[in-house]
Design a protein around this ligand. Structure first.
Ligand SMILES: C[S@@+](CC[C@H](N)C(=O)[O-])C[C@H]1O[C@@H](n2cnc3c(N)ncnc32)[C@H](O)[C@@H]1O
Ligand SMILES: [Zn+2]
Length: 273
């Protein structure tokens, strides 16, 4: 946990400021959170493990390493550079998973980078060996960040809490929200047809709700296909919540040689109401 990030956090119990004392974050009322060896802090110690397991995040890491989402990073970086000016802007990645976007967007830009997720496993992976970004375990419903502390909030394929987003963003700060569209990983969903709860994915509802809660500055579709190896197809199948409940190991994915990424990026100012 870097000093600049620590200054922006607040105690999840009483909302007070933290000071760093002997490897722990401690507020004036002595609520105490230890900084882990990897550098992250658990500010939601009661959080339960979820569908998002360590294996899922490890598969996600393989997919990111292979560059499958590099064009998405590029699009987010361009949007951040267009809409967020100034030195050492604060980027907060809500539901950051293993921290890929927290670390990868705007690679040449000096920013205070902070990511949080409710999954301890994800945050541990994100923080491991990390020098440029800070990570904590936290809940979107009660983000333990001070009011008006972030210049840009990333929400990539993660549930949104617009009231909390409005609170933690600075006046003039922007939300960059990515959501899947109907073509997203369609090759995998076609292979699992009949086993899926929602075979037809409709991102429209997420988009409509985002439009109600934001003054939109920019909206862009990010759609491309790319060739994939069998090993990568297996990691993609293991990393996506879209195949939740499906026995991925039993699927025949051998015919899949390319994969489609299809997302919307919405950039805007969150309305306080
Ligand atoms: C589909 S993953 C996306 C992760 C990351 N943004 C990415 O694109 O790689 C959704 C993430 O939201 C996190 N999440 C779900 N509910 C949350 C909550 N209430 N507070 C914080 N994170 C949450 C999950 O643990 C998971 O890491
Ligand atoms: Zn406290």
């Amino acid at each position: 946990m870097h000093g600049e990030a620590t200054m922006l956090l607040r105690c999840p119990i009483c909302g007070g400021d933290f000071a760093l004392e002997g490897g722990s974050l401690i507020c004036a009322k002595r609520h105490c959170y230890d900084v882990a060896r990897q550098g992250h802090v658990n500010l939601a110690p009661a959080a339960k493990d979820s569908f998002y397991t360590k294996a899922l995040f490890e598969s996600r890491a393989k997919v990111f390493e292979a560059g499958v989402f590099a064009p998405v990073v590029q699009a987010i970086s361009e949007a951040v550079d267009r809409h967020v000016r100034g030195e050492r802007s604060v980027l907060l990645d809500a539901g950051c998973g293993e921290g890929y976007y927290t670390k990868a967007v705007c690679p040449a830009r000096e920013m205070v980078r902070i990511g949080f997720d409710l999954s301890k496993e994800a945050v541990r992976l994100a923080a491991r060996g990390e020098k440029t970004a800070s990570f904590f375990v936290g809940d979107l419903a009660h983000i333990p960040m001070k009011d008006h502390s972030a210049d840009v909030l990333l929400d990539v394929f993660t549930p949104a809490n617009y009231a909390e987003f409005a609170r933690v963003l600075k006046p003039g700060g922007v939300l960059v929200k990515l959501a899947p569209r109907s073509g997203y990983l369609k090759e995998l969903r076609e292979a699992a047809i009949g086993l899926l709860r929602n075979a037809e994915y409709d991102g429209g509802q997420v988009e409509r709700y985002a439009a109600e809660r934001m003054d939109i500055l920019e909206k862009r579709e990010i759609t491309y296909s790319l060739p994939v190896t069998q090993e990568l197809v297996a990691h993609l199948a293991r990393m996506t919540p879209m195949l939740a409940g499906v026995d991925v190991g039993a699927l025949d994915l051998s015919h899949i040689t390319q994969i489609t990424i299809d997302e919307t990026m919405t950039v805007g100012r969150v309305r306080a109401d």
